[in-house]
Design a protein around this ligand. Structure first.
Ligand SMILES: *Cc1c(COP(=O)(O)O)cnc(C)c1O
Length: 421
């Protein structure tokens, strides 16, 4: 559920009319609902009630500092995958002991940044990384707390581009080699082994893959303990999916996911971390765009909108579906017609939807792309020299721009012409 509902014929973000934001900010823009973000965080927190736990928001899904501060102030930790994300979390006031560092390609510089600024743990993904992290820690006179990310070889049954827990995926250490890798970690002077990490993919719509993966992690915990390692923390990753189309089967709820975690690993006495991104941020965001033209093609109508694949790449990249809603509520029983909803960019991939049934729309009409909070703004680019679009945060009856739209000058002046020209 979210807080983008019609009231008196107008699509609202909480208590603010989307049309009012559009009038002030211009289109296109992203708008996020504080209430929805907090509610989703709370669902996870409640689902793990009774376990010693920390919900680490996956910063990569929506990394605006204001959003991180909102969640951080509510008690969330952060899961970061780069030095830039680490610094964003810090800028949002999240202390290092609530920041987890994931990712397969951490550089020396990123390791140093996190060790100096404080870190809850590194989720290490390879032996060479382990060696480098130990060296960097020793050079700084520090000890790096680590988990090893294991690859459990489980099919997450999700889109291939966001599956991460099969043996052919680039992530983690094959679970069958975990014991020898932990033995190596224990010998490195700059590391302190504290637990195990696993993350099998994103947009999972079934619980069974989680169950298989967590069962393997539970077995491994006992093996590693019998090998003499102190395993006190399990990071179980993120990945719980969200409903993108409102009439589809809904994925499992956080409460069901929490129950599964308790069943599979609750008896181990470990502190539990999870790293949800999409489920917290996805349905908390709307991309708002304006119809520029309605164009008749051969046997089809194109709705050309002012947002494009550079603003929201998910349809082009993952064949993703986003519900599209008019900002003015259509009359009950109003005629619908199929539209190809496209952006202005010069490639056919810039298509949000084909043959989408929508009420009849004219140019200047505003539409919202639902479920755009996760992997929306963060994946945007300036392709076609379209400046990044603003982000707006709503809280009850108030709203604020939390990232300004750059001017064309801002964008162009980042380039420089060499002196020799
Ligand atoms: C992407 C990612 C997440 C978040 O995944 P969601 O599907 O957004 O919940 C969590 N942990 C790691 C390591 C990731 O790479």
């Amino acid at each position: 559920m979210d807080h983008f509902l019609y009231r008196d014929g107008q699509l609202m973000a909480e208590d603010v009319a989307i049309a009012e934001i559009a009038a002030q900010v211009g289109t296109p823009f992203y708008v996020y609902s504080s209430a929805t973000l907090l509610r989703h965080f709370q669902l996870f927190d409640d689902a793990l009630n009774g376990l010693d736990h920390l919900i680490c928001f996956a910063v990569k899904s929506l990394s605006n500092v204001a959003v991180l501060k909102l969640l951080g102030d509510a008690g969330a930790g952060m899961d970061v995958v780069s030095g830039g994300e680490y610094l964003r979390a810090k800028a949002a006031g999240v202390s290092g002991d609530r920041i987890v560092f994931s990712g397969i390609g951490k550089t020396h510089e990123e390791m140093r940044l996190a060790l100096e600024g404080g870190i809850r743990q590194f989720n290490v993904e390879s032996e060479p990384e382990m060696q480098v992290l130990s060296d960097v820690a020793v050079s700084l006179g520090k000890i790096a707390p680590i988990t090893v990310r294991v690859n459990p070889d489980v099919d997450a049954k999700t889109h291939a581009k966001i599956s991460t827990g099969k043996k052919e995926d680039k992530f983690g250490i094959p679970i069958i080699r975990a014991r020898e890798v932990y033995a190596m970690a224990a010998k490195l002077p700059g590391l302190k082994v504290i637990g195990i990490d696993v993350h099998i993919g994103s947009q999972l719509t079934e619980l069974e893959p989680f169950r298989l993966a967590y069962r393997k992690v539970a077995e491994l915990t006992e093996q590693l303990r019998s090998d003499g390692h102190k395993i006190s923390r399990l990071d179980l990753g993120g990945g719980l999916g969200i409903p993108y189309a409102r009439d589809n089967n809904a994925p499992p709820l956080p409460i069901e996911y929490g129950a599964l975690i308790k069943e599979e690993v609750g008896h181990l006495g470990c502190e539990i971390e999870i790293e949800p991104g999409r489920l917290i941020s996805g349905n908390a965001g709307l991309l708002v765009s304006k119809v520029i033209y309605v164009k008749s093609g051969e046997g089809r109508e194109f709705l050309i909108v002012d947002a494009a694949m550079n603003d929201l790449i998910r349809p082009a990249m993952y064949d993703a579906w986003h519900d599209i809603v008019p900002v003015i509520e259509p009359a009950a029983g109003a005629d619908q017609t199929p539209y190809d909803v496209v952006g202005p960019i010069c490639e056919s991939g810039d298509t949000f939807a084909k043959g989408r049934m929508l009420p009849v729309l004219q140019s200047e009409a505003l539409v919202g792309f639902r479920s755009s909070g996760a992997y929306g703004a963060v994946m945007s680019s300036e392709y076609n020299s379209r400046p990044l679009i603003p982000e707006v945060l709503v809280n009850g009856g108030q709203f604020a721009v939390i990232r300004q739209r750059p001017t064309f000058e801002d964008m162009i002046n980042r380039d420089s012409i060499p002196e020799w020209m």
